[in-house]
Design a protein around this ligand. Structure first.
Ligand SMILES: Nc1ncnc2c1ncn2[C@@H]1O[C@H](COP(=O)(O)OP(=O)(O)OP(=O)(O)O)[C@@H](O)[C@H]1O
Ligand SMILES: [Mg+2]
Length: 871
């Protein structure tokens, strides 16, 4: 059988030959026909070729995740420190480090495994489908049917429409005005035209340049097509080129903050041991015997639970959001970024408005009622729909068809169509001119400016007509312009070059009601510190009016028409974007450029859109958001998918993001400031004392206790104040915070040393190593508990709250700190019971420390750095 079983269908069909194979060759090779496969054939091929999934999308196994978590930089550094300890035969230290690594890796791998599984399940809810033609039996007529993309097999005949993902590598059988975006394959951002006709000779730009072929990983920007699948799954070009991973994203807000901080810390960790060694050698004449201690200090500085806490916080947030509000976060770090969003860009149609337009009026060039304008508009809508094979009419066309008289339409016979394209903002239908043999009428409808530049009118007349349209738009109406032209009939294809010298017919205005929840949702967003910008393809006046009606103040200088964007440099655009509320007449590329400009000026940008024209911006923003009924490619490109097209859902998602981001930030602040404090105290004490201020095993044991207690932050409920502003963690602010609070912590430790000296009657008594170690051990755990409670929330926040997980964890730390030195376990760590007098004095130190912490915190908040906070 000359079936597709032999060799790779891609090579066989798209392949190495210099000229593209003809449709007939392809069909024969794939043992299929233009009417598609039968269900039985499809089933047999599904078994033979496997599911149409990319290798990169397959779920990672548990052991793989474990190995992956070993590659985490913190873990790597810890392992190196462990090796160093083992090399100097400090087996205790090496074992404890190994234990730390094992615990954090197991926790992280299991957390990630769980998160991956629930993410996969969530992604399944928004999986994309493909439209295939299949037949029940050999003799039956083919039926178009939606199936999950995984079930597509070679030989299937599929339909492509605007907004569809190309589900596999396909050869076109028919195409109308088809253009696809294949940046994921070629890096080229402009859409590429595709056509079905057999051509001879090699194509420019290699295989991807072939006009007859569309490839997995690309998406349909405009037009429609019918095509036969030639390769699926790992046999596609996309899988071969990238393992199906696609282009690398720019670093997101998550990468910039959490990753940025991680790397700063790792540098510190690597610097610490040599520093400790050098200082001890220079001032105390100690040699390599301090190495285990130096290593332990570096370990003590590490927030090794950071990856675990981050995964747990985000996974918990994401699953809660999905369960309670139907909001699906497709990539975990996106939840963190949602919390950091301070500028949200929205498209207008369907987001602020219902996208259920109804025709309001049809008016001629003189502004009087013009019923024939509506008729022409309907002829255009009907024939573009019929001839371009569109799966569903768009909302504007549907409204026009609803308003038009069906009998009028029947008088026309369409011959060609150029479907709507968001860059040209036009749709054209060609009909036979009624009653005039040998003549065609081009009927063009589209955005006012786009149609008028193609009309044969004087400059003054154009100005007058633009003003007339602007007047309509100012009333909140959507305006379409309609024009026609008569041409001698011809067989040759019509192209956009034919849309010239048109006769202007008039305008059709449409009313699109505002979305009922939009006004409230916008107000809530403003209260939460999120600036909203509207990026729309529509008329500036229509957009500005919708904004005003929804309560967004729009000054005259805050409306920007996107053609002005082209003349601006990136910095100028960033400046302009800061002031502007409405960007009108945006092409898809404009939307993306504006999002990029806002990001480059330091904002974390979210973009919500549902159409093909929103695709580049969904990718360019830090975080792309699409409603579930958006076109497939928008859903695919988005990081977050909303159950409904309802702005209130965004607020929920942002709140959940702030919740998780707030917990991560608190964890980092608490851990790092107390770790830093300990390290400073340890270094100082090391120089003051004739012995090591803490044995390596004690440093590590104490560290283990901290880590365990701090897992509680993953389950904390942050204070309401945290949810009021974007949770943006800036590395520089964080470092300032931990330097300040770390120093305070060190002062408390040094005060404890003084207390110990006093309790033990004079500095000489400090020679009692075990008592010193025990005293400091207890103090350290207690201060840690205190810091956890006090730095968690503001002073106001601490009042009237139930203890919660963090409260219980702090209590457990306190108990461990008080009991371990007096218990049998204590002697194992080299600890001993303390004199009774020590406790009241320690109490006094802690009370002073608590007061200082509160004062410092209030000051810090007053300085405006607070619980950090957008611009
Ligand atoms: N089917 C159509 N036929 C002709 N013109 C259209 C059609 N659909 C839209 N237009 C015109 O093109 C313009 C741009 O459309 P586009 O789809 O890019 O954005 P939009 O839907 O207006 O707004 P948003 O970006 O807020 O979703 C519209 O404002 C309208 O004037
Ligand atoms: Mg839209």
């Amino acid at each position: 059988m000359p079936g597709p079983g032999s060799g790779s269908p891609v090579d066989a069909v798209a392949g190495r030959a210099t000229s593209a194979p003809t449709v007939l060759q392809v069909l024969r090779r794939l043992d299929s026909g233009p009417r598609g496969l039968t269900e039985a054939q499809a089933e047999e091929r599904a078994v033979r070729f496997g599911a149409n999934t990319l290798p990169a999308r397959c779920e990672a196994s548990w052991p793989r995740l474990f190995v992956h978590s070993l590659r985490d930089p913190f873990t790597t550094v810890l392992l190196c420190l462990g090796l160093v300890s083992a090399a100097v035969a400090s087996w205790g230290t090496a074992c404890v480090i190994l234990l730390l690594v094992a615990v954090s890796c197991v926790l992280r791998a299991s957390g990630e495994h769980r998160a991956d599984r629930s993410m996969a399940a969530l992604r399944g809810l928004v999986a994309t489908t493909a439209t295939v033609l299949r037949r029940a039996e050999e003799g039956d007529a083919p039926v178009a049917r939606e199936i999950p993309v995984e079930e597509v097999v070679p030989g299937d005949v599929i339909r492509l429409g605007p907004g569809d993902l190309v589900p596999a590598d396909v050869r076109l059988l028919r195409a109308y005005g088809l253009s696809v975006h294949q940046a994921a394959l070629t890096g080229e951002s402009a859409p590429v035209a595709k056509a079905a006709a057999d051509t001879t000779g090699a194509a420019y730009g290699g295989v991807f340049g072939r006009p007859q072929m569309c490839f997995q990983g690309s998406s349909v920007v405009s037009g429609t097509g019918t095509a036969i699948v030639v390769a699926t799954g790992r046999r596609t070009r996309f899988a071969a080129a990238h393992g199906g991973l696609g282009a690398q994203r720019e670093p997101s807000a998550f990468d910039r903050s959490v990753h940025g901080i991680s790397w700063i810390l790792i540098r510190f960790m690597l610097l610490t041991p040599p520093l400790v060694l050098m200082v001890n050698a220079a001032l105390r004449g100690r040699g390599l015997e301090t190495l285990p201690f130096a290593v332990a200090v570096a370990v003590g500085l590490t927030p090794e639970m950071l990856p675990v806490i981050v995964t747990t916080c985000l996974a918990r947030g994401a699953s809660l959001l999905a369960r309670a509000h139907g909001v699906i976060v497709k990539r975990l770090p996106a939840l963190h970024d949602l919390g950091a969003v301070d500028v949200l860009c929205l498209d207008k149609t369907g987001t602020l408005t219902k996208d259920r337009p109804v025709v309001d009026r049809a008016l001629g060039p003189d502004g009087e009622d013009g019923p024939e304008v509506l008729r022409w508009a309907a002829v255009n809508a009907w024939w573009t729909l019929q001839l371009a094979d569109l799966p569903t009419p768009d909302a504007l066309d549907e409204a026009i068809l609803d308003a038009a008289d069906e009998d009028d339409l029947m008088a026309y016979d369409g011959t060609a169509a150029i479907p709507f394209d968001p860059v040209r903002r036009l749709a054209t239908a060609v009909v036979r001119t009624p009653g005039r043999l040998g003549s065609h009428t081009l009927v063009v409808k589209g955005a006012v400016e786009a149609v008028l530049v193609r009309c044969a009118v004087t400059e003054d007349e154009r100005e007058r007509l633009l003003a007339l349209a602007a007047h309509q738009a100012d009333a909140g109406l959507r305006v379409l312009a309609v024009a026609t032209a008569e041409r001698p009939a011809r067989v040759r294809d019509y192209t956009p070059a034919d849309e010239r010298g048109l006769t202007f017919q008039g305008f059709v205005t449409l009313r699109d009601a505002l979305a009922p929840t939009a006004a409230d949702a916008l107000k809530v967003l403003a209260d939460r510190g999120v600036a909203v910008k509207i990026l729309t393809g529509d008329h500036p006046k229509t957009a500005a009016r919708a904004c005003r009606d929804l309560g967004i103040p729009v000054a005259s200088d805050s409306v920007f028409t996107a053609d002005r964007v082209d003349g601006l440099s990136d910095t100028e655009l960033a400046h302009a974007a800061a002031r502007t509320v409405v960007f009108a007449r945006c092409t898809p590329e404009h939307k993306a450029r504006i999002a990029t400009a806002l990001r480059s000026s330091g904002h974390t940008v979210g973009f919500l859109g549902d159409g093909v024209n929103d695709l580049p911006a969904l990718r360019a923003a830090d975080i792309g958001i699409a409603p579930r009924d958006a076109v497939a490619i928008a859903r695919e490109a988005a990081d977050v998918v909303l159950a409904e097209k309802d702005l209130t859902a965004i607020d929920r998602a942002i709140t959940a993001g702030r919740h998780s981001g707030g917990n991560i930030a608190t964890y980092l602040r608490v851990t790092l400031s107390s770790n830093l404090g300990n390290v400073i105290a340890m270094l100082t004490a090391g120089l003051l004392l004739p012995f090591l201020p803490m044995l390596p095993v004690q440093v590590l044991a104490q560290n283990l206790c901290f880590d365990a207690a701090q897992l509680a932050f993953a389950y904390d409920r942050p204070h309401k104040a945290v949810l009021r502003r974007p949770t943006r963690l800036r590395p520089r602010d964080l470092l300032r915070f931990i330097a300040g609070f770390g120093a305070l912590n060190a002062v408390a430790d040094l005060a404890t040393f003084a207390v110990l000296a006093f309790t033990l009657h004079g500095p000489d008594a400090l020679d009692d190593e075990a008592v010193f170690h025990s005293g400091w051990f207890t103090e350290n755990l207690l201060t840690q508990a205190l810091v956890m409670l006090l730095l968690r929330t503001g002073r106001r926040g601490a009042e009237g709250r139930t203890p919660g997980t963090v409260g219980w964890a702090a209590a457990a730390l306190t108990v461990v700190g008080l009991l371990v030195p007096v218990s049998p376990l204590g002697s194992f760590f080299g600890l001993t019971p303390l004199p009774v007098l020590y406790y009241p004095l320690l109490g006094a130190v802690l009370a002073l420390y608590a007061a200082a912490l509160m004062a410092a915190r209030t000051r810090y908040e007053r300085l405006g750095a607070g619980l950090r906070v957008g611009p």
